[in-house]
Design a protein around this ligand. Structure first.
Ligand SMILES: [Zn+2]
Length: 297
């Protein structure tokens, strides 16, 4: 299994992808529905986006399935499409994944908050993820090569997602929270501290501990500095391209690519094993990172 080999190679930095969502918006996708539906409605566009990240030099690219869990799809009245979306998401990425590169099963939050904000419970969450994970695992495990549970802000929900993944799959897991810097330090929106997040992921024995999305790449340097004091696990970092601004009612990321690359290179020098990008990051970001990583070896 090449992912574990890469992970254990001290000389290797593993490069992930950028934001498929951002690329799909650039290609004109504007609906309020999750972009996951495009796996069915517009597989050619989906494949071209996925392929562009592989061609940019990503070692691994994620399926477009961040929202394709049962509870999230049900919110959008698309629960009946769960099987088809995940099946095609897998098929689409398999068609464009070059030999020697990897496919990552992307699992994201259910958008159902826990009681009293919503009706989320461990069991409900777990069951919702289970339906999705079973499909992405593929028949006889022929599906994704590894998992990335990302974008979580509640340690209970992350726990539920990991429990579902581990029930059907023995493949490696990267697990990432969204952790922002507030007055008290780094916390998730639901009030889980960095140390609580790390403790859960160590207890669950994931393969890589990560963070993605907010804050922008520059604050991630501070986050990584704190995290490496708290854990010896390999780390994964996929920040947004800086802070978003609103322009003509659209969210735009104006951070120059050079600033993103400079921040990520500082993060790699701190010892982070896996890097990539979240909102606002394009194949150009990944290509620039590829060039820098290759220039170091
Ligand atoms: Zn993001």
């Amino acid at each position: 299994m090449s992912f574990i080999k890469w992970l254990k190679d001290p000389a290797r930095v593993i490069l992930g992808d950028g934001s498929s969502g951002t690329e799909l918006i650039k290609k004109g996708f504007t609906s309020g529905k999750p972009p996951d539906i495009l796996n069915i409605q517009n597989p050619e566009t989906v494949k071209s986006v996925l392929k562009s990240f592989y061609l940019a030099g990503a070692d691994m690219v994620q399926t477009i399935t961040l929202n394709a869990n049962y509870l999230n799809l049900r919110k959008h009245k698309m629960a009946d499409k769960l099987k088809e979306i995940n099946k095609l998401a897998l098929q689409n990425i398999k068609e464009v994944c070059p030999k020697g590169k990897l496919i990552v099963g992307e699992i994201g939050p259910s958008s159902e908050f826990r009681d009293p904000l919503g009706s989320g419970t461990f069991e409900k969450w777990r069951e919702g993820f289970l339906k999705q994970v079973e499909i992405l695992e593929g028949d006889d495990g022929e599906g994704v090569n590894l998992w990335h549970a990302m974008g979580f802000i509640d340690i209970e929900e992350m726990h539920a997602a990991l429990s579902a993944i581990k029930e059907v799959s023995s493949k490696p897991i990267i697990a990432s929270f969204i952790i922002n810097k507030g007055k008290k330090g780094f916390y998730t929106l639901m009030g889980n501290s960095l140390i609580q997040c790390i403790q859960l992921l160590e207890k669950e024995e994931v393969d890589v501990i990560g963070a993605n999305c907010d804050p922008g790449s520059t604050l991630f340097i501070d986050l990584v500095r704190e995290a490496i004091e708290l854990t010896d696990y390999p780390l994964s970092v996929k920040p947004n391209a800086g802070k978003p601004t609103l322009q003509d009612f659209k969210t735009v990321y104006n951070q120059p690519i050079e600033v993103f690359v400079r921040d990520i290179t500082s993060i790699i020098k701190l010892g982070v094993k896996i890097v990539g990008g979240c909102c606002g990051t394009s194949p150009n970001h990944i290509q620039s990172l590829r060039k820098w990583i290759d220039s170091q070896s």
